[in-house]
Design a protein around this ligand. Structure first.
Ligand SMILES: Cc1cc2nc3c(=O)[nH]c(=O)nc-3n(C[C@H](O)[C@H](O)[C@H](O)COP(=O)(O)OP(=O)(O)OC[C@H]3O[C@@H](n4cnc5c(N)ncnc54)[C@H](O)[C@@H]3O)c2cc1C
Length: 402
């Protein structure tokens, strides 16, 4: 794969047609009109993985450490996402949500969230048990907070709109398998044999971002450890009016099994967090031995296993036993029965894990020559995708002018 100074196919090549890659393409063409952007996506359409398999919640930003990229981008991103959906006629609603403590041990953490919400500039209202039932007649708890700015939307539709509105050339069915970085730029080859030459490469490959970084010859210092989140649909959606979350465990970057009324009117119960046996392993029967060996060969995976085995065993038990799942969800919704739960499609989170077993908490964006790698873009990256896309585009444009 060779290129002289003049025969680039595009200025910026984005790998990955999820919401982060497409919002990067959108931001590039908005902030630097005339920039030629190509997106290569291995699937037949946009948003086939994390972006199309999530809870569809526009997060307020209440959970995140003040000053972190997550806090900054989620608060701003939530407001921008509502505007974007309104502008393009995409289904959305600002519903508000409850975070409910069901155990005395959770009360200090609930109060800490109130504090954090205020630090992040998010309006929150504290509720006692009687006020919880005013919002959600079937939900029980010792105390709760109501967050007014949370909403819901269809992120698959947002991603498709970003693809169109960006004006970028988006090529589907093109999986990048070779990356050749040279002083003049980057050339990639796809599984179908297509070669694309660009001045700058942006890696937004989600569950495969570490692989793409390694293909480019960069050591990302992390590996993606895939955590599946399984959902059920509620057969009696009338049990839940809006969005109801437990108090999260701060040891994990996951929010816990929640009840979410989606934009389609149905109510999802989930997601849990179990290790996936393949990066796109949406059920227990999907196993990719090479990927699994890669995960097990990463020292960080063993550190997590040793540190959090008790939590992991509980999650796996609730995954394999509907009864155990129901029992745990009944803490929030006592009227729930096993018959109310119908299996729904799962999602897999791309969680970056460092060598020492640290679960990367914040968004992680790293630059290398002529390259920007997005190495951790977990929840709330869909909410925050417009500002994240601008940040990545900004870094790509600096690389372009270097
Ligand atoms: C269960 C679950 C629930 C969630 N709930 C929420 C929520 O309610 N609100 C929220 O804000 N966030 C939520 N998230 C997080 C959110 O979905 C993700 O942060 C976001 O979708 C990440 O987008 P992405 O573009 O980085 O990844 P993806 O959507 O996974 O896109 C990456 C793309 O790269 C492509 N790709 C990979 N390798 C290659 C290659 N070699 N060549 C070409 N293409 C490649 C993939 O096919 C994929 O389309 C949730 C996530 C999960 C899994």
């Amino acid at each position: 794969m060779r290129a002289s100074g003049h025969d680039f196919d595009c200025d910026v090549l984005v790998v990955g047609g999820g919401i982060v890659g497409l919002s990067t393409a959108y931001a590039l063409t908005r902030s630097a009109p005339g920039t030629r952007v190509t997106v290569l996506e291995k699937e037949r359409g946009p948003a086939r993985h994390q972006t199309g398999r999530n809870s569809g919640v526009i997060h307020s930003g209440i959970y995140y450490r003040p000053g972190s990229l997550k806090a900054r981008f989620a608060v701003r991103g939530a407001a921008e996402m509502v505007k974007f959906c309104a502008e393009y006629g995409i289904d959305h609603e600002v519903t508000g949500k409850l975070i409910v403590a069901t155990d005395r041990d959770e009360l200090p953490r609930l109060h800490a969230l109130v504090q954090r919400g205020r630090e992040n500039g998010i309006p929150v209202r504290e509720l006692g048990p009687a006020q919880i039932t005013e919002y959600e007649p079937e939900v029980r708890g010792l105390a709760a907070i109501h967050v007014g700015t949370t909403g819901i939307c269809d992120y698959g539709a947002v991603a498709a709109q970003l693809a169109t509105a960006s004006g970028a050339e988006v090529r589907y069915d093109e999986e990048v398998t070779v990356v050749d970085r040279r002083p003049w730029g980057v050339a990639v080859r796809t599984r179908t044999g297509t070669v694309v030459r660009a001045r700058v490469l942006v890696n937004c490959a989600g569950l495969y971002c570490d692989r793409v970084a390694l293909l480019a010859g960069d050591d990302p210092g992390m590996r993606i450890v895939p955590f599946r989140g399984e959902y059920y649909d509620l057969a009696r959606p009338g049990l839940v009016r809006g969005l109801v979350y437990p108090v999260p465990d701060p040891a994990f970057p996951f929010l816990g099994v929640h009840l979410t009324r989606g934009i389609d009117g149905g109510v999802h119960v989930g997601p849990n967090a179990v290790p996936a046996l393949a990066r796109e392993g949406y059920d227990w029967s999907t196993v990719r031995p090479l990927e699994l060996a890669g995960t097990l060969g990463w020292p960080g995976s063993w550190h997590i296993a040793l540190r959090h085995w008790r939590y992991g065993v509980g999650e796996v038990r609730r995954s394999l036993s509907k009864r155990a799942f129901t029992t745990s969800a009944r803490r929030l919704l006592p009227a729930l029965t096993e018959d109310d739960l119908r299996p729904a499609p799962a999602g897999v989170r791309a969680q970056a894990v460092l060598r020492d077993g640290t679960l990367a908490d914040d968004f992680l964006i790293r630059e290398a020559p002529r390259t920007v790698h997005v190495l951790n873009a977990p929840s709330p990256a869909a909410t925050a995708s417009l500002p994240i896309g601008r940040e990545i585009a900004h870094r790509a444009l600096i690389a372009l002018s270097a």
